[in-house]
Ligand binder design. Structure first.
Ligand SMILES: [Zn+2]
Length: 258
């Protein structure tokens, strides 16, 4: 915000009216509070938070699916080990069958039965392996899709963080300007007035000084009794009035043209 530089210099240095300075300090404090609120409430901040939350949810889902995938892969490898054992056992029996010089018929029959049993076992295992592999397909599909989403979301998050930083930088510059002006203006206030203002401001939601506009206090927005307004209007210049209703320092607003 811009600050009213006060009455134009007419060659004579005039001491600033403390009540005018008080209002300028209040205006700057109000502007600083609004800037702080604007910084907190930047839409980029909410968007970034929501994108970060979605990213975290996505990471949880990806981790769940990866764990499922790892379990299925372990199961598949276990089945393959079992198939390997069955195949090795079958080969060893066949070797014995062909190596026998004068085989016993019952032995051969028993071995033949075991080979048949091993073949059935192998078929079962391979069917099971196929099922496990089929269970992995939708998980892989979903993981691929989620990883793509994650990439898009990650890029959006980076863009939002950068937009937030840019918006904050603009507000920070305004805050720095107003804060510097506030230091200068507050330094012009008489110590006692400044202390009263600061105490009221701390107690009354950041507004320690208000304008009397018509019959109304701009701090509490309540109307003052006409007698009280009349009394304040006739106070000697520079006298500090207070609002009976909210307790704020009350400054007569200059009439247009004054
Ligand atoms: Zn008031």
């Amino acid at each position: 915000m811009t600050v009213d530089p006060g009455p134009p210099a007419d060659g004579r240095p005039t001491a600033p009216d403390p009540l005018e300075v008080l209002l300028r300090v209040q205006d700057l404090d109000t502007a600083l509070a609004q800037l702080a609120h604007r910084k907190t409430a930047l839409p980029e901040r909410a968007d970034l938070r929501s994108a970060t939350d979605r990213l975290a949810d996505l990471d949880v889902r990806v981790a769940e699916l990866e764990a499922e995938q790892a379990t299925l892969l372990e199961r598949q490898q276990e089945i393959e080990r079992q198939v390997g054992t069955v195949v090795a056992r079958r080969t060893s029996i066949e070797d014995r069958m062909y190596a026998a010089r004068a085989p016993d018929v019952r032995d051969l029959q028993a071995m033949g039965e075991e080979v048949a049993h091993l073949d059935r076992r192998r078929n079962e295992l391979e069917d099971h392996e196929l099922e496990v592999m089929e269970q992995q397909e939708p998980i892989e599909g979903e993981l691929t899709r989620l990883r793509e989403d994650r990439g898009t979301l990650q890029a959006a998050t980076i863009a939002l963080a950068s937009a937030l930083h840019a918006a904050e930088t603009v507000i920070d510059a305004e805050i720095a300007t107003d804060a510097a002006a506030r230091v200068i203006e507050a330094g012009r206030l008489p110590e006692a007035l400044r202390a009263r203002y600061e105490a009221l401001r701390a107690k009354l939601g950041g507004v320690g000084a208000a304008r009397l506009v018509g019959n109304r206090c701009s701090g509490c927005h309540l109307e003052l009794p006409s007698v009280e307004v009349d009394r304040i209007r006739h106070l000697p210049p520079g006298t500090v009035a207070t609002c009976d209703q909210c307790g704020r320092l009350l400054v007569r607003a200059a009439l247009p043209g004054q």
